[in-house]
Design a protein around this ligand. Structure first.
Ligand SMILES: [Zn+2]
Length: 342
Protein backbone atom coordinates (compact mmCIF):
# COMPACT_ATOMS: atom_id res chain seq x y z
CA UNK A 1 0.00 0.00 0.00
CA UNK A 2 1.28 3.40 -0.87
CA UNK A 3 1.49 6.34 1.47
CA UNK A 4 -0.77 9.38 1.60
CA UNK A 5 -0.14 12.09 -0.95
CA UNK A 6 1.99 9.89 -3.17
CA UNK A 7 2.07 10.89 -6.79
CA UNK A 8 -0.50 9.17 -8.94
CA UNK A 9 1.18 6.17 -10.51
CA UNK A 10 0.48 6.72 -14.15
CA UNK A 11 -2.60 7.18 -16.26
CA UNK A 12 -5.71 5.27 -15.39
CA UNK A 13 -7.13 6.04 -18.78
CA UNK A 14 -6.32 4.21 -21.91
CA UNK A 15 -7.90 6.78 -24.19
CA UNK A 16 -6.30 9.89 -22.64
CA UNK A 17 -9.51 11.86 -22.12
CA UNK A 18 -7.84 14.29 -19.73
CA UNK A 19 -6.82 17.56 -21.29
CA UNK A 20 -5.25 19.40 -18.41
CA UNK A 21 -1.58 18.64 -18.52
CA UNK A 22 -0.60 21.53 -16.28
CA UNK A 23 -1.22 20.14 -12.82
CA UNK A 24 1.04 17.66 -11.10
CA UNK A 25 -0.68 14.55 -9.94
CA UNK A 26 -1.28 14.02 -6.28
CA UNK A 27 0.39 17.25 -5.23
CA UNK A 28 -0.73 18.58 -1.90
CA UNK A 29 -2.21 21.75 -3.30
CA UNK A 30 -2.96 22.13 -6.99
CA UNK A 31 -1.75 25.72 -7.15
CA UNK A 32 -1.35 25.46 -10.87
CA UNK A 33 -5.09 25.02 -11.42
CA UNK A 34 -6.20 28.48 -12.41
CA UNK A 35 -9.11 29.68 -10.36
CA UNK A 36 -10.73 31.73 -13.08
CA UNK A 37 -10.87 29.46 -16.10
CA UNK A 38 -11.72 25.85 -16.80
CA UNK A 39 -8.99 23.35 -16.11
CA UNK A 40 -9.52 22.03 -19.63
CA UNK A 41 -7.93 25.26 -20.87
CA UNK A 42 -10.84 26.16 -23.05
CA UNK A 43 -11.17 22.90 -24.96
CA UNK A 44 -14.77 22.39 -25.96
CA UNK A 45 -16.99 19.47 -26.72
CA UNK A 46 -20.29 20.17 -28.43
CA UNK A 47 -19.82 23.86 -27.87
CA UNK A 48 -19.17 23.90 -24.14
CA UNK A 49 -16.22 23.40 -21.82
CA UNK A 50 -16.61 19.72 -21.54
CA UNK A 51 -13.22 18.18 -21.72
CA UNK A 52 -14.67 14.70 -21.31
CA UNK A 53 -17.16 15.90 -18.70
CA UNK A 54 -17.33 19.55 -17.84
CA UNK A 55 -15.27 22.31 -16.40
CA UNK A 56 -14.63 21.34 -12.80
CA UNK A 57 -14.71 24.96 -11.80
CA UNK A 58 -17.92 26.47 -10.60
CA UNK A 59 -16.82 30.05 -10.34
CA UNK A 60 -18.96 33.08 -10.97
CA UNK A 61 -17.81 36.33 -9.39
CA UNK A 62 -20.66 38.08 -7.63
CA UNK A 63 -22.97 35.05 -7.62
CA UNK A 64 -23.78 33.69 -4.17
CA UNK A 65 -23.70 29.93 -3.61
CA UNK A 66 -27.22 28.53 -3.25
CA UNK A 67 -27.94 26.83 0.07
CA UNK A 68 -29.24 23.34 -0.56
CA UNK A 69 -30.31 20.42 1.62
CA UNK A 70 -29.93 16.71 1.03
CA UNK A 71 -33.18 14.77 0.85
CA UNK A 72 -31.16 11.98 2.48
CA UNK A 73 -31.78 13.71 5.81
CA UNK A 74 -35.46 12.84 5.32
CA UNK A 75 -34.94 9.42 3.80
CA UNK A 76 -37.85 7.92 5.71
CA UNK A 77 -40.29 10.68 4.72
CA UNK A 78 -42.37 10.51 1.57
CA UNK A 79 -40.70 12.91 -0.89
CA UNK A 80 -43.69 15.26 -0.97
CA UNK A 81 -43.59 15.59 2.84
CA UNK A 82 -39.82 16.19 2.73
CA UNK A 83 -40.21 18.88 0.05
CA UNK A 84 -42.97 20.58 2.05
CA UNK A 85 -40.88 20.64 5.21
CA UNK A 86 -37.84 21.91 3.31
CA UNK A 87 -39.88 24.70 1.71
CA UNK A 88 -41.39 25.60 5.11
CA UNK A 89 -37.86 25.89 6.52
CA UNK A 90 -37.12 28.52 3.87
CA UNK A 91 -35.08 26.47 1.42
CA UNK A 92 -35.78 25.97 -2.27
CA UNK A 93 -32.85 23.85 -3.46
CA UNK A 94 -32.13 20.17 -2.80
CA UNK A 95 -29.66 17.41 -3.43
CA UNK A 96 -31.87 14.49 -4.37
CA UNK A 97 -30.71 11.23 -2.82
CA UNK A 98 -31.98 8.34 -4.90
CA UNK A 99 -34.22 6.12 -2.81
CA UNK A 100 -37.07 3.66 -2.92
CA UNK A 101 -39.73 6.23 -3.79
CA UNK A 102 -37.76 7.40 -6.80
CA UNK A 103 -37.54 3.84 -8.12
CA UNK A 104 -41.19 3.20 -7.42
CA UNK A 105 -42.66 6.41 -8.83
CA UNK A 106 -40.08 7.57 -11.35
CA UNK A 107 -38.35 10.85 -12.17
CA UNK A 108 -41.49 12.49 -13.56
CA UNK A 109 -43.14 12.18 -10.16
CA UNK A 110 -40.09 13.70 -8.44
CA UNK A 111 -40.01 16.61 -10.89
CA UNK A 112 -43.72 17.25 -10.33
CA UNK A 113 -43.47 17.06 -6.53
CA UNK A 114 -40.48 19.42 -6.54
CA UNK A 115 -42.28 21.89 -8.82
CA UNK A 116 -45.34 21.80 -6.57
CA UNK A 117 -43.25 23.00 -3.63
CA UNK A 118 -41.05 25.45 -5.53
CA UNK A 119 -38.04 23.20 -5.09
CA UNK A 120 -35.14 22.95 -7.53
CA UNK A 121 -33.18 19.69 -7.72
CA UNK A 122 -29.68 21.03 -8.21
CA UNK A 123 -27.63 17.92 -7.48
CA UNK A 124 -28.20 14.17 -7.28
CA UNK A 125 -26.59 11.58 -5.00
CA UNK A 126 -26.73 7.76 -5.08
CA UNK A 127 -28.62 5.86 -2.33
CA UNK A 128 -27.19 6.39 1.14
CA UNK A 129 -28.41 3.08 2.55
CA UNK A 130 -27.52 -0.26 0.96
CA UNK A 131 -30.33 -0.96 -1.45
CA UNK A 132 -30.73 -4.27 -3.30
CA UNK A 133 -29.43 -3.92 -6.84
CA UNK A 134 -27.74 -0.58 -6.13
CA UNK A 135 -24.67 -1.47 -4.10
CA UNK A 136 -22.34 -2.01 -7.06
CA UNK A 137 -21.13 1.54 -7.76
CA UNK A 138 -19.63 0.98 -11.25
CA UNK A 139 -22.75 -0.89 -12.38
CA UNK A 140 -24.98 2.00 -11.33
CA UNK A 141 -23.15 5.04 -12.67
CA UNK A 142 -25.07 5.11 -15.94
CA UNK A 143 -28.41 4.73 -14.17
CA UNK A 144 -27.52 7.57 -11.79
CA UNK A 145 -26.49 9.77 -14.73
CA UNK A 146 -29.84 9.14 -16.43
CA UNK A 147 -31.63 10.12 -13.20
CA UNK A 148 -29.56 13.31 -12.91
CA UNK A 149 -30.49 14.21 -16.48
CA UNK A 150 -34.15 13.33 -16.01
CA UNK A 151 -34.55 15.61 -12.98
CA UNK A 152 -32.47 18.41 -14.53
CA UNK A 153 -29.64 18.32 -11.98
CA UNK A 154 -26.40 20.19 -12.62
CA UNK A 155 -24.15 17.85 -10.67
CA UNK A 156 -24.17 14.12 -10.03
CA UNK A 157 -22.13 13.33 -6.89
CA UNK A 158 -20.43 9.99 -6.90
CA UNK A 159 -18.82 8.09 -4.04
CA UNK A 160 -15.92 6.00 -5.36
CA UNK A 161 -16.04 2.32 -4.38
CA UNK A 162 -14.23 0.66 -1.47
CA UNK A 163 -11.32 -0.63 -3.55
CA UNK A 164 -8.05 -1.79 -2.02
CA UNK A 165 -5.77 -0.71 -4.86
CA UNK A 166 -5.73 1.27 -8.07
CA UNK A 167 -5.28 -1.76 -10.27
CA UNK A 168 -7.80 -4.10 -8.65
CA UNK A 169 -10.81 -5.19 -10.68
CA UNK A 170 -13.19 -2.89 -8.80
CA UNK A 171 -11.07 0.21 -9.48
CA UNK A 172 -10.73 -0.69 -13.13
CA UNK A 173 -14.47 -1.25 -13.49
CA UNK A 174 -15.06 2.07 -11.76
CA UNK A 175 -12.76 4.00 -14.09
CA UNK A 176 -14.27 2.27 -17.13
CA UNK A 177 -17.77 3.11 -15.91
CA UNK A 178 -16.72 6.72 -15.35
CA UNK A 179 -15.45 6.97 -18.90
CA UNK A 180 -18.62 5.63 -20.46
CA UNK A 181 -20.85 7.70 -18.15
CA UNK A 182 -18.93 10.86 -19.02
CA UNK A 183 -19.49 10.12 -22.69
CA UNK A 184 -23.22 9.89 -22.08
CA UNK A 185 -23.16 13.26 -20.25
CA UNK A 186 -21.23 15.07 -22.97
CA UNK A 187 -23.03 18.16 -24.15
CA UNK A 188 -25.72 17.97 -21.47
CA UNK A 189 -24.28 20.50 -19.00
CA UNK A 190 -24.62 17.97 -16.16
CA UNK A 191 -21.33 17.30 -14.42
CA UNK A 192 -20.20 14.20 -12.65
CA UNK A 193 -18.24 15.01 -9.47
CA UNK A 194 -16.28 12.74 -7.14
CA UNK A 195 -16.82 13.05 -3.39
CA UNK A 196 -14.12 12.58 -0.76
CA UNK A 197 -14.88 9.72 1.59
CA UNK A 198 -14.75 9.36 5.37
CA UNK A 199 -12.21 7.34 7.30
CA UNK A 200 -14.43 5.61 9.82
CA UNK A 201 -11.75 3.05 10.61
CA UNK A 202 -8.15 2.12 9.91
CA UNK A 203 -9.44 -0.18 7.17
CA UNK A 204 -11.07 2.78 5.41
CA UNK A 205 -7.80 4.72 5.61
CA UNK A 206 -6.08 1.98 3.61
CA UNK A 207 -8.64 1.94 0.78
CA UNK A 208 -7.38 3.50 -2.44
CA UNK A 209 -10.10 6.03 -3.21
CA UNK A 210 -10.43 7.07 0.43
CA UNK A 211 -7.13 8.91 0.03
CA UNK A 212 -8.01 12.47 -1.09
CA UNK A 213 -4.75 12.64 -3.06
CA UNK A 214 -5.78 9.61 -5.10
CA UNK A 215 -9.19 11.14 -5.75
CA UNK A 216 -7.63 14.42 -6.86
CA UNK A 217 -5.27 12.55 -9.17
CA UNK A 218 -8.20 10.77 -10.81
CA UNK A 219 -10.12 14.05 -11.07
CA UNK A 220 -7.16 15.69 -12.78
CA UNK A 221 -6.67 12.74 -15.08
CA UNK A 222 -10.31 12.75 -16.18
CA UNK A 223 -10.85 16.48 -15.74
CA UNK A 224 -13.61 15.96 -13.19
CA UNK A 225 -14.88 18.29 -10.50
CA UNK A 226 -14.88 17.28 -6.85
CA UNK A 227 -17.36 17.38 -3.98
CA UNK A 228 -15.82 18.51 -0.70
CA UNK A 229 -17.55 16.80 2.22
CA UNK A 230 -16.41 18.72 5.29
CA UNK A 231 -17.23 16.00 7.84
CA UNK A 232 -15.58 13.28 5.77
CA UNK A 233 -12.51 15.49 5.30
CA UNK A 234 -12.27 16.00 9.06
CA UNK A 235 -11.94 12.25 9.56
CA UNK A 236 -8.81 12.02 7.39
CA UNK A 237 -5.27 12.87 8.51
CA UNK A 238 -5.36 16.07 6.42
CA UNK A 239 -8.42 17.44 8.19
CA UNK A 240 -10.97 19.74 6.57
CA UNK A 241 -8.49 22.52 5.80
CA UNK A 242 -5.99 20.13 4.26
CA UNK A 243 -8.52 18.48 1.96
CA UNK A 244 -10.02 21.86 1.08
CA UNK A 245 -6.63 23.24 0.10
CA UNK A 246 -6.01 20.17 -1.99
CA UNK A 247 -9.38 20.28 -3.76
CA UNK A 248 -10.23 23.94 -3.93
CA UNK A 249 -9.56 24.59 -7.61
CA UNK A 250 -12.00 21.82 -8.56
CA UNK A 251 -14.90 22.01 -6.14
CA UNK A 252 -18.35 21.88 -7.75
CA UNK A 253 -20.35 21.14 -4.60
CA UNK A 254 -19.71 21.40 -0.86
CA UNK A 255 -21.36 18.94 1.50
CA UNK A 256 -21.52 21.31 4.42
CA UNK A 257 -21.87 19.90 7.90
CA UNK A 258 -20.18 20.17 11.26
CA UNK A 259 -18.63 17.50 13.48
CA UNK A 260 -19.33 16.91 17.16
CA UNK A 261 -17.37 14.55 19.29
CA UNK A 262 -19.77 12.94 21.75
CA UNK A 263 -17.91 11.10 24.46
CA UNK A 264 -18.51 7.38 24.73
CA UNK A 265 -19.81 7.08 21.16
CA UNK A 266 -19.55 3.54 19.87
CA UNK A 267 -17.36 3.92 16.84
CA UNK A 268 -19.43 2.07 14.27
CA UNK A 269 -19.75 3.59 10.82
CA UNK A 270 -23.46 4.35 11.10
CA UNK A 271 -23.24 5.80 14.60
CA UNK A 272 -20.40 8.06 13.53
CA UNK A 273 -22.34 9.15 10.44
CA UNK A 274 -25.47 9.92 12.42
CA UNK A 275 -24.22 11.27 15.74
CA UNK A 276 -20.75 12.68 15.06
CA UNK A 277 -20.61 13.70 11.40
CA UNK A 278 -23.25 15.66 9.50
CA UNK A 279 -24.21 17.98 12.35
CA UNK A 280 -25.73 21.45 11.96
CA UNK A 281 -23.09 24.00 10.83
CA UNK A 282 -21.87 26.16 13.68
CA UNK A 283 -22.78 23.54 16.29
CA UNK A 284 -19.57 21.51 16.15
CA UNK A 285 -15.92 22.38 15.98
CA UNK A 286 -15.09 22.62 12.28
CA UNK A 287 -13.88 26.00 10.94
CA UNK A 288 -16.79 26.28 8.54
CA UNK A 289 -17.16 30.05 8.69
CA UNK A 290 -13.54 30.51 7.55
CA UNK A 291 -14.09 27.92 4.84
CA UNK A 292 -17.10 29.82 3.46
CA UNK A 293 -15.19 33.10 3.58
CA UNK A 294 -12.38 31.55 1.56
CA UNK A 295 -14.76 29.95 -0.94
CA UNK A 296 -16.44 33.29 -1.55
CA UNK A 297 -13.11 35.07 -1.85
CA UNK A 298 -12.39 32.66 -4.68
CA UNK A 299 -15.78 33.35 -6.30
CA UNK A 300 -17.10 29.87 -5.61
CA UNK A 301 -20.74 29.82 -6.67
CA UNK A 302 -21.59 26.13 -6.49
CA UNK A 303 -24.04 24.82 -3.91
CA UNK A 304 -23.46 24.70 -0.17
CA UNK A 305 -25.37 21.50 0.40
CA UNK A 306 -26.43 20.95 4.01
CA UNK A 307 -25.74 17.25 4.34
CA UNK A 308 -27.24 16.72 7.77
CA UNK A 309 -27.95 13.57 9.69
CA UNK A 310 -31.57 12.67 10.53
CA UNK A 311 -30.52 12.67 14.20
CA UNK A 312 -29.02 16.18 13.95
CA UNK A 313 -32.37 17.32 12.54
CA UNK A 314 -34.47 15.24 14.97
CA UNK A 315 -36.66 14.10 12.07
CA UNK A 316 -38.90 12.02 14.36
CA UNK A 317 -40.57 15.36 15.07
CA UNK A 318 -41.39 17.23 11.83
CA UNK A 319 -41.87 20.45 13.80
CA UNK A 320 -38.44 20.15 15.45
CA UNK A 321 -36.85 19.11 12.13
CA UNK A 322 -38.25 22.23 10.44
CA UNK A 323 -36.89 24.41 13.26
CA UNK A 324 -33.45 22.83 13.12
CA UNK A 325 -33.28 23.01 9.33
CA UNK A 326 -34.21 26.69 9.47
CA UNK A 327 -31.43 27.14 12.06
CA UNK A 328 -28.92 25.51 9.70
CA UNK A 329 -30.09 27.74 6.84
CA UNK A 330 -29.86 30.87 9.00
CA UNK A 331 -26.33 30.00 10.14
CA UNK A 332 -25.24 29.49 6.54
CA UNK A 333 -26.92 32.70 5.37
CA UNK A 334 -25.14 34.59 8.16
CA UNK A 335 -21.82 33.04 7.17
CA UNK A 336 -22.39 34.16 3.58
CA UNK A 337 -23.35 37.68 4.71
CA UNK A 338 -20.37 37.96 7.03
CA UNK A 339 -18.12 37.60 4.04
CA UNK A 340 -20.12 40.19 2.13
CA UNK A 341 -19.70 42.70 5.00
CA UNK A 342 -15.94 42.49 5.02
ZN1 LIG B 1 -21.26 13.93 1.58
Amino acid sequence: MTSKGEAFPGSVLSGGAACNGETRRGEAFPASIPSSRPACNGKRVNGSHLCGNASPLHLHPGVRPPISITTGAFYVYPLRAAFRLIADAGLDTVELVAGPELWARGCGYVRGAAREHGIRVLTVHPPILPFPGWTDIPANLQRMAQIALAVGAEVLCIHPPDAPTLDCTLSRRFVDALESTLRSLEGTGTKLALENLAHFSRTDARLWWHDPAHLLALAEEMDLPLVLDTAHADSTPLGVNGVYEMFRGRIANVHLSDVRRPSGLVQTKYLQTLAKHHQIPGEGDLPLQALIVDLLARSYAGPLTLELSPIALAIWSPREARKRLARAREWTERALRTEGDR
